[in-house]
Design a protein. Structure first.
Length: 412
């Protein structure tokens, strides 16, 4: 049984607390969803992440599609049985790889590095300046039927359609799945974004038709099943297209919504898009912001009504020596940390911070010991999950704005 219930609203913003109930357990929102790209979190186990408060995890459809691993997973009965995961799961649709291997590669932009090509904030109320810069290769050919990928590793050609995406996600058996969409680049023109938007809306209908078994029963039938689907709002940085997409996706029988694609060329663009989009979506349904995980963005998005976030950032940062602390991120490679007796964060209660010094972890990282990455990954994931716990506590106490201000001041 799927259900999303709002339990508390902030009086000064759209922020809210809620409970998402799934066949594999409850998720308390706002929540951060760690990403286990290939059915594993890099550097930490699912069980360990659960001990730190992880209640839901995401796995990437494309990475289990291009090597046909999903067929083996299906023989095990799905991801939960295959990977021994006792927690709710999400799978993305593969639409992000349409972007990352396509225009994301060609334009040199992505969700973690260079997602916002303009570092300065754009003036409020209008899109940021236009940029045209092309840096790489495009491995995807897109048409109205779907996307043909050229695997950059072995050159294998793969065809992914909305129907195929949903069928794969059904085999994988995650609790929450996503409709197939085209995720556009921050450098895509208005004309191309509009074309991609029409395609995304058509694919959303095909996704639902496939999910429902080509019968289109009442929406309630979706909630009685083993999976629920979120529809993805696209439209780039363009206000009229975001409005059009929000209206189109909200008219369909999705369990909830995700906001994805290009969120503009600056953080200010993203906040403007959220301010515009969220009020157009059913307030009672859950809302997910795809691929966002910076601390300031989480606060700003929660304030605007986002319930769920997914991002590879905490684990990826760890692999590059970057550690989350209450004073902002630090780079453990810096020479000063080789003699630093303090834990990674003096305010963190994770096992890593209770046990090891910055000096030891800096030593391990410089010596290329895998254990360094494992320790930093555990800390980063624990830190992010604890941040979400404290956000929920601040909402419950009616002190969200105060907590936001205090936390972000520490990041200056």
């Amino acid at each position: 049984m799927f259900q999303f219930r709002i339990t508390k609203k902030d009086k000064k913003s759209r922020a809210r607390m809620g409970v998402l109930r799934t066949p594999h357990g409850a998720v308390h929102t706002p929540a951060f969803v760690p990403v286990g790209t290939k059915a594993a979190l890099r550097g930490i186990s699912f069980d360990r992440a659960k001990q730190y408060g992880g209640e839901m995890f995401m796995v990437n459809t494309y990475h289990l599609f291009h090597n046909e691993r999903y067929k083996i997973i299906g023989k095990f009965g799905g991801l939960h049985a295959y990977a021994k995961i006792d927690a709710p799961l999400m799978t993305d649709s593969g639409g992000f790889q349409v972007f990352s291997l396509g225009f994301g590669s060609e334009h040199g932009v992505g969700k973690i590095a260079d997602i916002f090509p303009v570092s300065a904030k754009a003036p409020a109320g209008r899109p940021s300046e236009k940029i045209t810069e092309y840096r790489g290769n495009n491995f995807v050919k897109i048409d109205d039927t779907g996307a043909t990928f050229k695997n950059p590793v072995n050159g294998q050609m793969l065809w992914l359609t909305p129907k195929k995406s949903i069928e794969i996600q059904q085999i994988l058996g995650a609790d929450i799945i996503f409709s197939f969409d085209e995720c556009t680049s921050p450098l895509s023109s208005y004309e191309y974004t509009k074309k991609a938007l029409k395609r995304t809306h058509t694919w959303a209908e095909v996704s639902l038709k496939t999910f429902y078994g080509n019968k289109h029963p009442a929406a309630a039938a979706l909630w009685r099943g083993k999976q629920a689907m979120l529809g993805i709002v696209q439209g780039g940085e363009y206000e009229d297209l975001r409005k059009e997409s929000a209206q189109a996706i909200s008219s369909l029988s999705f369990f909830g919504y995700a906001i994805g694609g290009s969120l503009g060329k600056s953080k200010n663009d993203m906040y403007r898009i959220l301010d515009l989009t969220i009020p157009l979506l059913d307030e009672k349904k859950i809302k997910h912001l795809l691929g966002i995980g910076e601390v300031d963005d989480i606060f700003e998005s929660v304030e605007r009504g986002i319930d769920l976030f997914d991002c590879v950032a905490p684990t990826r940062w760890a692999r590059h020596g970057s550690v989350l602390t209450s004073k902002g991120r630090i780079n453990i490679r810096n020479k000063q940390f080789l003699i630093d007796k303090k834990p990674l964060d003096i305010h963190c209660a994770c096992t890593v911070c209770k046990t090891y010094s910055r000096a030891y972890i800096s030593h391990l990282y410089r010596e290329k010991e895998v254990y360094a990455i494992m320790l930093m990954t555990e800390h980063n994931v624990a830190w992010m999950l604890d941040l979400m716990r404290r956000i929920r506590l601040s909402l419950k106490a009616g002190e969200f704005q105060k907590f936001k201000k205090q936390t972000l001041q520490g990041f200056q």
